[in-house]
Design a protein around this ligand. Structure first.
Ligand SMILES: [Zn+2]
Length: 75
């Protein structure tokens, strides 16, 4: 009788990983449509979000605005 080898996907954390994976909660304000929503930045990059898209150092709202959103820290 053989045992089924279940691979445990154990996340291998290191102190460096924890330190570097910094998630910031910020408010994004779209100057075009005045939308004001919470977005999350992971290490300074936009987390996957269906309403906002990151280009370079700016985040654009999906309303078609050519003006980047303003970001406000919530903390
Ligand atoms: Zn917008």
């Amino acid at each position: 009788m053989s045992t089924i080898g279940i691979e445990k996907q154990t996340p291998s954390y290191t102190m460096a990983d924890r330190f570097e994976s910094k998630i910031n909660e910020v408010m994004a304000f779209c100057p075009a449509c005045k939308a004001f929503e919470t977005v999350y930045l992971n290490n300074g990059k936009l987390n996957q979000n269906h309403k906002f898209t990151q280009f370079g150092n700016h985040i654009y709202h999906d309303c078609g605005s050519n003006t980047p959103c303003r970001l406000y820290m919530t903390t």
